[in-house]
Design a protein around this ligand. Structure first.
Ligand SMILES: [Ca+2]
Length: 294
């Protein structure tokens, strides 16, 4: 009896797996049509996706996003400690020439650039190891926001096709962010710059490229040098800000009402992006902590 039950369960699991495989294959076929329609060659698409299987661990990671489930002060404490601040100060000295050049060109202060570097990858130590094509193909076919992730998958293939990176070299987070400051593929295509002069935009292996690209990102998002990256608001301000800035993620404001004393940590870049005018291109999400090293 027990054996029959186990057999039945195994068969059920196999059927479910086969159904998922079929769904994944059908989805990739749809993405292929979309990709070829937007300039990706069949050779590029097929070379990157032949034999590809979905990664269940990516879907697990998608369900748990610390910035949305961790109280804000715990989240900040996990990102910024004395060691990371000390390392940041050392990087400021080590890369002083590059940072001065980036600061002059993009009008973003060096402390903020290095702070983003420290928060996003611990200065290049933790850039993520998941193959981007597989991760993005998984979230492009399962779960929420499939349309967004299909665009990012196609952007990834465009990067490969351009020759900036090979498919194998593109590894990063479950959501497709990669490099020293964790750009999404579409952000890389729009924003990344070659700052070491070798003709290639390499935000993984070239610190100058990564730091200048980060400065360009902030500049394009409306950064104003000398002004703070964050400010705390109290509960009574939240509704006023919502109407004034047309915040598109009010649930984050609501969530942070649980934090004692404050309702939220506002990133002024996001507030600008969420306002109706100007519609600055920006993907920095509401609540991302950026702590300038000053
Ligand atoms: Ca370069």
């Amino acid at each position: 009896m027990l054996h029959r039950l186990v057999d039945a369960l195994l068969m059920s699991a196999c059927v479910a797996a086969n159904a998922a495989d079929g769904e994944f294959g059908n989805c990739l076929a749809q993405v292929r049509t979309q990709a070829l329609g937007s300039g990706i060659t069949a050779q590029t698409f097929d070379a990157a996706t032949t034999g590809l299987e979905p990664d269940e661990s990516v879907l697990e990671a998608m369900r748990y996003q610390p910035e949305f489930v961790t109280p804000i002060w715990d989240y900040l404490a996990g990102l910024v400690d004395d060691q990371r601040v000390a390392d940041g100060r050392a990087r400021l000295e080590q890369w002083a020439t590059v940072l001065a050049a980036a600061e002059a060109k993009f009008a973003v202060d060096r402390h903020t650039i290095v702070a983003v570097w420290g928060v996003e990858s611990d200065y290049g130590r933790l850039m993520g190891k998941r193959p981007l094509v597989r991760s993005l193909a998984t979230v492009a076919c399962f779960g929420s926001r499939q349309s967004f992730f299909r665009s990012e998958l196609i952007a990834t293939l465009r990067i490969v096709q351009s020759g900036d990176f090979t498919s194998d070299a593109l590894v990063g987070s479950w959501a497709g962010a990669f490099g020293q400051t964790q750009f999404m593929p579409s952000t890389f295509l729009r924003i990344a710059v070659d700052f070491d002069g070798d003709g290639r935009r390499d935000i993984v292996g070239s610190v100058p490229d990564a730091l200048a690209s980060t400065a360009n990102y902030l500049k394009r998002a409306g950064w104003v040098m000398g002004e703070p990256s964050n400010r705390m608001i109290v509960a009574s301000e939240a509704s006023a800000l919502t109407s004034q800035f047309h915040i598109i993620q009010p649930q984050v404001v609501k969530k942070n009402r649980r934090s004692p004393g404050f309702t939220s940590v506002c990133n002024r870049c996001s507030l600008r992006c969420c306002s109706k005018v100007p519609p600055a291109p920006c993907t920095m999400h509401f609540g991302t902590p950026v702590v300038p090293l000053e």
